[in-house]
Design a protein around this ligand. Structure first.
Ligand SMILES: [Zn+2]
Length: 643
């Protein structure tokens, strides 16, 4: 990690993975609608208001209350012919999709898990509006399994659940959230591991292995949005922090390194506060003070504007917090930002301002001093936080500030954070409680028959790492290439193509090296379907194109998703030419360059080869061109000699 004096084992790093993977299926998990995302505008919308009610456990989930506090309504976009009443929670679930059930059991078997004889459909509360019923239906399919990592360690797999995906968020603002129900009900599995991973390398290895194992079943969807990875990270003395939405494997290391730094810093700050004698009670007894009159002649434009609209400036003293909120938690992110994000997410008020960062934003030093006076604060010891906005939101915001300040005394608050592409994270919500799962009264139990188990067993794929060994031994692929092909998204395609009888090394080079370099050049090669690449190799095997034509064809296909390989050949004119045609072209070029041949003899080969390749590049193998040209030159020289 960046801080080289601290090792992962010294800080007691523990990381667990949670992976959500959409399954390939003909229907949705609990209804018969097609599991596909829809681009067209919806036919109608349904509006729902969220209200907190007591769950069957008799508790109100804190997450739910937080959502309710925002006071928003939810809009669902629906399609007449492509959705049924299930997606808008107007009818109970249908029988569970058997195909998805078999897939989930296959995966459970691959992780050597215990599979209950009778499966129970449960409800998991979802309070962000993404499921119209307010809960997602989920089935625990396997528990207590393991995955062997490449260093031989056995990573505990705690559970596999088969569940319905939630609706897709289209937009959101202060007033409403809009969801499209097309994604709702797409079969999904959730895989959870024990927090037994102790370094970013182990996390990466585990994620790649799980991903390749899932794809090996050939029963999961691939591509953007079909797999979602979360990690939970903790260190000794810290707390479990869930980081959602790790989109790329390269993100693991920076996210984990930053989370370690963040937790270490939060622990350090809690010690500072405790040393200064700050307690829960001292924070709790602080009352917000309306300090709007401090800003009657302010140069801070945003405050002026808010006051004009009838808003207020509300201040809160944080005793003993001087120079704490201004501390950097991560490069470029001060502790105050954690308060600001919480306020923004929970109350919907943009940001807070604290005295550590003043004077700034047009707020003068004089105004800063007045804030200390008005709140009876000691400028040497305390900090003052202000929020600007409508009265009710301002008070709600300072409630959250207080709550976060109390949490600061404990060090690291358990919470869910969102992964950002720069390796930092942002507050999403407090961590949910376990009270979120309860039985679904609309569903009957699912009996796992011998028939289902036998079908799952029969369809089990080989472990990718077993296949990797085979590639090295039997196909003689270099170990590095074998590993990369097995872990790649196209590894199943590789298997299919080599069955055509194409040289495995060539297939691997195209699928790994060529695809990577084209992706780096900006070609959207991940959008090309496996079927098209398979067709390309089939045509290659038939001798219709040379391998030199691959880059152009693949680049073409990536930019023209509606075009076939045949279209590419016609459009790029890369179809191979016969030996006969090649000879004709070479003859013509030799005739045109007789003087060169006479002058240089065999050394004319190089410039002539250039001329020939300009005409036939991509249409015939370079080796054949070179052999034919050499032969033709020799023949011509012999002929000239005789003359
Ligand atoms: Zn449906």
């Amino acid at each position: 990690m960046a801080n080289s004096t601290v090792s992962y084992s010294d800080v007691g790093l523990r990381v667990g993975l949670e992976i959500h993977q959409q399954l390939k299926s003909r229907r949705k998990l609990f209804c018969y609608c097609k599991p596909e995302l829809i681009k067209e505008e919806p036919d109608f919308t349904v509006i729902r208001y969220m209200r907190p009610t007591l769950g069957e456990t008799g508790e109100i989930d804190p997450t739910m209350l937080k959502e309710f506090k925002k006071g928003r309504y939810v809009v669902y976009q629906v399609y007449k012919d492509k959705n049924c009443l299930y997606e808008i929670d107007e009818i109970p679930p249908h029988e569970v999709d058997r195909e998805s059930l078999v897939t989930s059991i296959m995966i459970a078997k691959l992780f050597k898990m215990k599979i209950p004889d009778i499966l129970v459909v449960s409800r998991k509360q979802y309070l962000d509006g993404s499921v119209p019923s307010g809960f997602q239906r989920t089935i625990l399919v396997g528990l207590e399994g393991y995955l062997e990592l490449s260093n031989g360690k056995k990573l505990g797999i705690t559970h596999i659940c088969l569940e319905e995906d939630a609706a897709r968020k289209i937009s959101e603002d202060a007033e409403k959230i809009v969801f499209r129900v097309d994604r709702l009900g797409i079969p999904l599995i959730e895989i959870g591991t024990k927090p037994d991973l102790n370094s970013p390398d182990e996390v990466l290895d585990a994620a790649l292995r799980i991903g390749s194992l899932l794809r090996a079943t050939r029963r999961v969807l691939r591509g953007l949005g079909t797999i979602r990875q979360d990690i939970n990270v903790s260190i000794s003395g810290g707390a479990r922090v869930e980081i959602k939405g790790v989109q790329r494997p390269e993100w693991f290391k920076p996210l984990i390194d930053n989370e370690i730094k963040r937790q270490l810093k939060l622990i350090e700050l809690s010690k500072v506060l405790k040393d200064r004698g700050v307690t829960d009670e001292i924070i709790r007894e602080q009352e917000p003070v309306d300090v709007s009159d401090v800003f009657t002649d302010t140069k801070a434009k945003f405050i002026k504007k808010a006051l004009k609209k009838g808003g207020i400036v509300l201040a809160l003293r944080l005793p003993g917090f001087s120079n704490v909120l201004g501390e950097e938690i991560l490069p470029g992110r001060r502790f105050g930002k954690e308060f600001a994000e919480r306020v923004s997410v929970i109350v919907g008020l943009a940001g807070i301002i604290h005295t550590d960062e003043l004077p700034a934003y047009g707020i003068s030093d004089k105004e800063k001093q007045k804030l200390f006076e008005k709140t009876n604060s000691d400028p040497e010891k305390d900090a003052v936080v202000i929020v600007v906005g409508p009265k009710d939101k301002a008070y709600a915001a300072l409630d959250e500030v207080k709550e976060r300040a109390i949490l600061a005394l404990r060090g690291v608050p358990p919470e869910t954070r969102k992964a950002n592409p720069d390796g930092t994270t942002s507050f999403e919500r407090p961590i949910g409680t376990a009270a979120r799962l309860y039985p679904d009264t609309d569903s009957s139990h699912i009996r796992i028959t011998a028939d289902i188990l036998e079908e799952a067993e029969r369809k089990l794929p080989e472990y990718p790492w077993v296949r990797e060994e085979k590639y090295i031994k039997e196909l003689r692929l270099p170990p590095e290439i074998a590993m990369r092909i097995v872990m790649s998204e196209r590894s199943e395609l590789f298997e299919d193509i080599i069955k055509l009888g194409v040289n495995p090394k060539l297939v691997a080079t195209v699928l790994i090296d060529l695809m990577t370099s084209l992706r780096r050049e900006g070609y959207p090669i991940d959008d090309i379907s496996d079927e098209k690449i398979y067709d390309l190799f089939k045509i290659f095997k038939q001798g219709k194109i040379s391998k030199e034509a691959f880059p152009d064809i693949i680049a073409f296909l990536s930019k023209n998703s509606d075009k076939t390989v045949g279209d590419a050949l016609r459009s790029l004119k890369v179809e191979t030419i016969s030996l006969n045609e090649l000879e004709k072209i070479i003859d013509q070029i030799i005739e045109r360059n007789l003087h060169l041949l006479k002058e240089r003899g065999e050394r004319a080969f190089k410039p002539l080869m250039g001329d020939v390749m300009r005409v036939v590049r991509g249409k015939v193998d370079g080796k054949i061109v070179s052999q034919t040209l050499q032969r033709k030159i020799a023949e011509k020289l012999a002929q000239i000699g005789k003359e």
